[in-house]
Design a protein around this ligand. Structure first.
Ligand code: ADP
Length: 210
């Protein structure tokens, strides 16, 4: 949450002098108590200050890190996911390489005949499969992909922090965002990548979360 200059000043006054009454804060700013009322309401509602009757306002000690943490707990995958690029199991390694270039993505998801998630193809999977061979058109992606059930997935309502943790733990670049279709089958509805996670950082820095 971005505070106005006046709210920052109030916060500083309370930090240095609290507990302090609204009246006294107003005096220090040469403003009326009524003018300050909305700012004090915002600062108390957002948890920066607490007000005690007959005592005044005091600083809750909520740190910027806690505030940042609060913000991050609100961000879910659906706010930051991208469109998934998929190929089918029977497509060749050659086709997959072309799709990767054309769609400008680093990870492809592979779907079976029913359209459910079957595998993942990374850049290095495709490089490895094509090193020193001319017949990439003859190799189906199904024999080189990382396949279900060894795929790390996430759902659109998961926290972005959860997805980021999985990317780090598994040392991978992307997770498919899936919808449960029952019977251990998943429909691919998006993808979340290291680039999407980097966007969270940039948005936080610019105070422009989704
Ligand atoms: P690269 O292989 O280009 O470095 P990654 O680090 O994303 O890219 O992939 C490393 C390996 O992990 C690859 O073999 C890939 O198939 C596999 N992989 C990628 N994403 C996932 C995922 N979401 N779940 C399981 N395995 C994955």
């Amino acid at each position: 949450m971005e505070l106005t200059e006046r709210q920052e000043t109030i916060l500083q006054i309370v930090k240095d002098n609290g507990p302090i009454t609204g009246e006294h804060i107003a005096d220090r700013l040469s403003l009326t108590r009524a003018t300050l009322r909305p700012d004090l309401a915002i600062l108390t509602m957002s948890g920066f200050l607490e007000a005690r009757p007959r005592v005044g306002y005091y600083y809750t000690g909520k740190t910027d890190t806690e505030e940042l943490n609060n913000q991050l707990q609100k961000l879910t995958v659906k706010h930051y996911q991208s469109i998934a690029v998929v190929v089918s199991e029977s497509d060749s390694v050659y086709d997959a390489i072309c799709t990767m270039f054309l769609e400008d993505v680093g990870t492809l998801f592979v779907v079976d005949k029913q359209g459910y998630l079957a595998g993942v193809l990374s850049r290095k999977d495709l490089l490895r499969a094509s090193l020193g061979r001319q017949d990439t058109e003859a190799i189906p992606v199904s024999i080189i992909m990382t396949r279900m059930p060894n795929i790390t997935i996430c759902k659109k309502e998961d926290l972005v922090v959860y997805a980021a943790t999985k990317l780090i733990e598994r040392q991978i670049d992307a997770l498919p965002v899936v919808k449960d279709a029952g019977g251990e089958k998943y429909e691919v509805v998006g993808r979340i990548t290291k680039t999407n996670i980097t966007k969270v950082l940039v948005d936080l820095a610019n105070n422009q979360l989704f």
